[in-house]
Design a binder for this molecule. Sequence first.
Ligand SMILES: *[C@@H]1O[C@H](CO)[C@@H](O)[C@H](O)[C@H]1NC(C)=O
Ligand SMILES: *[C@@H]1O[C@H](CO)[C@@H](O)[C@H](O)[C@H]1NC(C)=O
Ligand SMILES: *[C@@H]1O[C@H](CO)[C@@H](O)[C@H](O)[C@H]1NC(C)=O
Ligand SMILES: *[C@@H]1O[C@H](CO)[C@@H](O)[C@H](O)[C@H]1NC(C)=O
Length: 476
Amino acid sequence: MILCFWLVAVTPVSCWGQMLLDTGDVFQPQSALTDMEFGTVSTYRGPGNYDHRPNKELPILLWWSSNLFPHFPGDTERVDCARYSCLVTRNRKVQLYRRTVSIIFYGTDFRAYEAPLPRMPHQTWALFHEESPMNNYLLSHSVGIRLFNYTATFRRESDYPLTLQWLPSLDYLLTPSAVSLQEKNRWRNAGLAPVLYMQSHCDVPSDRDRYVQELMKYIEIDSYGKCLNNRHLPEDLEDTSTATGEDRRFMSFVARYKFHLALENGLCPDYMTEKLWRPMHQGCVPIYRGSSSVADWLPNNHSAILIDNFPSPRDLAEHIKALDQDDTEYSRYLEYKSPAKITNLHLLNVLETREWGVNDMSKPNYLNGFECFVCDRENERLAAVNAHKKNPKQNPLPLPKMAVSSHMGCPVPSPGYGSVESIDANDSWNLMWPQDYWQSLDQAEGLESLIRHNMSDPSLLWQHMQNIAVRGARGR
Ligand SMILES: *[C@@H]1O[C@H](CO)[C@@H](O)[C@H](O)[C@H]1NC(C)=O
Ligand SMILES: *[C@@H]1O[C@H](CO)[C@@H](O)[C@H](O)[C@H]1NC(C)=O
Ligand SMILES: *[C@@H]1O[C@H](CO)[C@@H](O)[C@H](O)[C@H]1NC(C)=O
Ligand SMILES: *[C@@H]1O[C@H](CO)[C@@H](O)[C@H](O)[C@H]1NC(C)=O
């Protein structure tokens, strides 16, 4: 049977169902989606969406990371996006369906030895990864990221960038106003250090504690977390210190400090988290290391102290001490609290134009947003492929779309202070992170090999990794 239907948005295409359903060369198990296929059509519809196909004719997007499936309840849903519609599901039974056009992965959960194989040539892979690069270094290698066709990552270069995910709004920077400098100075005289450190996740790839420990030699730092602890929180705050950090009493306590150490757990361009934005919200100057391109996003060129601009911890300490003594200069760092002093047009523009919201019910969240991004791109691609089939001379095949290194591409972890050679071979950071980074490369190469050989058993990964290693050793 040939099912034809009318798709208004794509003029030359009127019989798309034929292309999707009559290709006999692919394994087509019994429908796993029966209930949903014949279910009612959902009510919301993007304003430019004229896609009136019934559910059973829609392309399918499969969420491989099922715990991120952004719909409730049920395992399958129709989504009507800006231009087109799709059926989205977390039911892995559809993995090999002809209609399953894309598989969506969450980077932190992505495991090469559990990848959906064989990789179907008609299916794209979509990667959602907003978390730290340390969660999966496989994605930081070109050979790893190039396995994906669409990306949503913290990098501005990705297809659906999530760069300012930790900055809910401009207002978050502007309010509340900072604790007055008079009061901050009073706390200084009462015995608070100029700098606060609050970290309980110690063994991380950025190796931040090694830097902070060195910095502590030259300037007073109050460290309340588990890492480099030298001070206890007031008793009434102890229970809140591990909470979200947005607790009111906790906030007013940390806001007394002039400076907050703000070092990300992993280093990568555009990887910025609440470590950066929260001190600014609280009216404290971040002493920051994380994204090497952070200056592109700051409200103005004097709103954070960037560790990498200083040749040594000692030089940084001198700068902080000078600011601690100079109220006028210190105050300049908090000028962004008035809107007129937020001069970074790039920041303003991105905050205003991003289509997803953070805690903002009037906008989609970025999981639904990315899902629709993939849905629309895939429908466009299918329409173009079909147009090509009908009239190859007039309609060229769409070009392949692949992710590239800059969609993630984080550098190999390096010591927080000093050179690799200066670090003990048995140092726990040394034993863990550089190895993790290079083993992830081996896994990415292994998976690429599995796909190239059209393997259907991902657990053959280890064997392929070994073969690659053996060949590499012979080559040398
Ligand atoms: C910040 O920008 C202003 C104006 O563009 C410039 O005069 C000033 O030197 C800059 N300050 C720093 C610390 O780069
Ligand atoms: C998706 O990416 C794979 C792997 O890089 C590539 O072989 C394939 O052509 C891409 N698919 C599309 C539709 O661009
Ligand atoms: C590293 O630790 C192992 C086991 O504790 C020990 O045998 C070895 O001598 C150490 N190596 C160095 C360079 O400290
Ligand atoms: C890849 O493997 C699948 C089944 O495992 C098979 O149906 C398909 O024809 C193979 N593709 C190629 C290009 O060999």
